[in-house]
Design a protein around this ligand. Structure first.
Ligand code: PLP
Length: 410
């Protein structure tokens, strides 16, 4: 028998900051077919335009196969960039030129790239707290020291942001960027008010700190008015805007885009030459046809109908089953509800018991750059079947009550 002696690899310092996703690790051990997961961040596959994409693939291979299967431009397919330009003008009133747009492999790649090109390892940047776990991974992988600003139902607390900037200034630290997800935030479900968006721009200007505005959920609006994107309010070129087709087409095709000052886009382009040379060409052709044919405008209303029904079902179940002393966000869009339990509970410690009881969630601490808050959890309402939603919330409520009794008995 061949015995392989594996070398004792010495990894880089940055590898020490990288953490595996908690939910992926836990779900490896969850084999029960009865498990209902509220943990993932996945769109519902019922929204995928499978027939349309099948038709598009046949069309593209027949008509542009020689190009669609070839290496592409690092910046992205020109025709796709033109469609993206039209899309963001129409939906978000964002003005841009093609050379101010780069197509990326999901907006995840843009987050990683921005962490790399704007920050020297050890420097500071500001995020919301809680914030998107993938942004934490992307920034950690680049050695970014993240300072989280608490939120309320109107988004990032701008008063606390100002306080943090002054505190850092007193220590001679200037944050390299402010990262925000203003619409239906992942994980909290909150939306930043118009007033705060305007104030955020003023602060960015006064302190010369760029804003990264990440807007994957903007089109998934179920209630309330559309609030202008920060980028559309910006007159000074301070905002780098991230968009994606993951939630309005499919995530599997991995098409995201960054809109920003040409100087920034050029630097992302140079980094992308090192990362993957270019985004998948066939996927870009598919996205181009999907936008050009206007399929997105039929797809989004269907998705909104499905998700808003699921959101209402989850809110109703929470009202009915969740123990007293817990609170939760009531999002106007997006994919997530953020629930906060009695202070004595630790949702990370509780997740194993939840999985044993066939329900999964992601514990709140995963969404804090420094893992500080212990008694919150993110609940996804878009993936489970309608009839699974009340069952999952009922199971979770029982687990929380058991955990409360145990905490009291201690
Ligand atoms: C806030 C936020 N940003 C970025 C992403 C990454 O999306 P993409 O599929 O475009 O990489 C997600 C995905 O869930 C997200 O929630």
């Amino acid at each position: 028998m061949l015995v392989l002696i594996v070398m004792n690899f010495k990894f880089s310092e940055l590898v020490g900051y990288m953490k595996p996703s908690e939910i992926r690790e836990l779900l490896k051990f969850a084999s029960s077919p009865d498990l209902i997961s509220l943990g993932g961040g996945m769109p519902n596959p019922d929204t995928f335009p499978i027939d349309e994409i099948q038709e598009i693939i046949t069309y593209v291979l027949k008509n542009s196969g020689k190009y669609a299967l070839q290496y592409g431009n690092t910046g992205g397919l020109n025709e796709l960039r033109t469609e993206i330009k039209k899309l963001i003008k129409g939906t978000e009133n964002i003005d841009s030129e093609e050379k101010g747009i780069i197509v990326t492999s999901g907006s995840q790649q843009a987050l990683y790239s921005l962490g790399k090109i704007l920050v020297t390892p050890g420097e500071t940047a500001i995020t919301e707290a809680p914030t998107y776990v993938g942004a934490i991974s992307a920034f950690n992988a680049n050695g970014v020291d993240m300072q989280g600003i608490p939120m309320d139902e109107n988004g990032m607390r701008i008063d606390l942001l100002e306080k943090k900037i002054s505190e850092l200034k007193a220590k001679g630290i200037k944050p390299k960027f402010i990262y925000t997800i203003p619409n239906y935030q992942n994980p909290a479900g909150y939306t930043m008010s118009l007033e705060r968006r305007k104030r955020l721009l003023e602060i960015s200007n006064e302190n010369e700190i760029p804003i990264i505005e990440d807007n994957p959920y903007g089109e998934l609006r179920y209630h309330g008015p559309r609030i202008p994107t920060i980028r559309s309010l910006d007159r000074d070129g301070n905002v780098i805007y991230l968009g994606t087709l993951s939630k309005v087409m499919t995530p599997g095709l991995r098409i995201g885009y960054t809109v920003g000052p040409v100087s920034v886009i050029e630097k992302i382009n140079i980094l992308k030459q090192a990362l993957d040379l270019a985004t998948n060409t066939l996927a870009q052709y598919i996205a181009y046809e999907y936008l050009k044919r206007g399929i997105i405008y039929k797809q989004v209303p269907k998705t909104i109908k499905l998700y808003s029904r699921k959101l209402d079902l989850m809110l109703k179940a929470l009202d009915e089953y969740f123990p007293e002393g817990s609170t939760w966000s009531r999002p106007n869009g997006g994919m997530f509800i953020w629930a906060t339990l009695n202070e004595s509970l630790d949702t990370t410690a509780m997740v194993g018991r939840a999985i044993k009881n066939n329900v999964a969630y992601v514990s709140g601490s995963a969404f804090y750059p420094k893992g500080e808050k212990k008694n919150s959890m993110r609940l996804n309402f878009t993936y489970p079947e309608d009839d699974q939603i009340p069952v999952a919330i009922d199971r979770l409520s029982k687990v929380i009550r058991e955990e409360e009794s145990l905490a009291e008995a201690k």
